[in-house]
Unconditional design. Sequence first.
Length: 449
Amino acid sequence: MSNDVWRPGEDKSPEKDNEFMLESYEKGSGEHTHVHEDYDPSQPMSFEDIRKLDEKYVLPVYARMPVAFQYGSGEFLYDTEGIEYIDFLSGIAVNSLGHSHPDLIETLASQADRLWHTSNIFFSQNQAMLARALVEITFPGKVFFANSGAEANEAALKIMRAYGQSVDPKKNRIVALENSFHGRTFGAMSMTGQGKIHNGFGPIVPEMIYIEANDKDSLMAAVDSRVCGIIMEPILGEGGVLPLDPEYLQLARDIADEFNAMFTLDEVQTGMGRTGKYFTFQHYHIVPDMLTIAKGLGGGFPIGAAVVAEKFTKVLGSGAHGSTFGGNHLGTAVGYEVIRTIESGKILENVVKMSTYLMGELRKLAKKYPEIIRNVRGMGLLIGIVLPEKMEARDVVKKALEKNLVIGRAGNNVLRLAPPLIVRKQTIDRVIERLDALMESLKREHPGK
């Protein structure tokens, strides 16, 4: 990334005259039958009131945990009663710099005071600057901006298919991994190698082939001249925090070259420093043709992106794809500040140091509780604790929450740890104490497991 002194939103725009807005609206005038004017978002409602409203008005597509958080600070969350929790999930690897990071708050507030949205009909300084930064920390190419990982993967699917069509109308197959996860929109869902994600929606996007992760023979058998793209997560997230072997990734790169297919890495969860480098592929010196990013890119603000290698930047022309909100002024300002903060705060160094310490402490627990912890795997600050096959990870996550510890699950029997990249040793020590107590209670509940 260039050593620019520019920071998004730093030049104060001229004073704005909002008098016309004040004149057009007098508090209490008109009818406001659908808005409770006494509602103040900064004042917590009771958990029961929140739960009742949610159950009445929110579509029930989430299996929620029994807590509502009111605010956060660094590695900690606080519920509606002010009770503190250690956050070792980071909104599922999203809040990369922790909660309420002052630099992100300053950037977002400054940009919000200037400009929110203008659409992609117009040029955007923030978008151009973030695109340059992303290219500089990845590989030569260009960037498409979206609002989420699923949207970034939808763009990737269209680009892989469009490239295949430019070569041969029969070149339309996508090779993906079993137990992968690429999102819940239709194209991204179709690339996801999980039947439970597909079920109930009728036929998925055709010409999808799913192969077993780290199985070289399956990979070689699946790819031929009809394949336009190969997509993989370098560490399967929902598939159990399972890292792909470096040799397997290299083989995928080589086979994609051999059969003139695009090699895409989905680093939505693993990217933006979570593994100790900006992106996991950089550990292996393997460069993809396309890279999808989201989650940690915005540090909690919704933004996604697809970085496309130079060779493929002309596959889609004007009008072939787009997004109303993708690359908006707010998201790209925050995304740029996330990268600037990662560099100025030496965040990657902290990830490497804290990962080494955390992994060591978790392996000590594994030796202490071999009947409960069957394996500890992952990379950087994305770690999976493998439980016995018949032990439901969701139940263990609930028990951790009762100990004021926020963790997640990855598959049926794997606990997922994804703390903020700013995590400190003293916080890790507190987490290990709670996990120790949790494992002890599980040992008593499941003797001989």
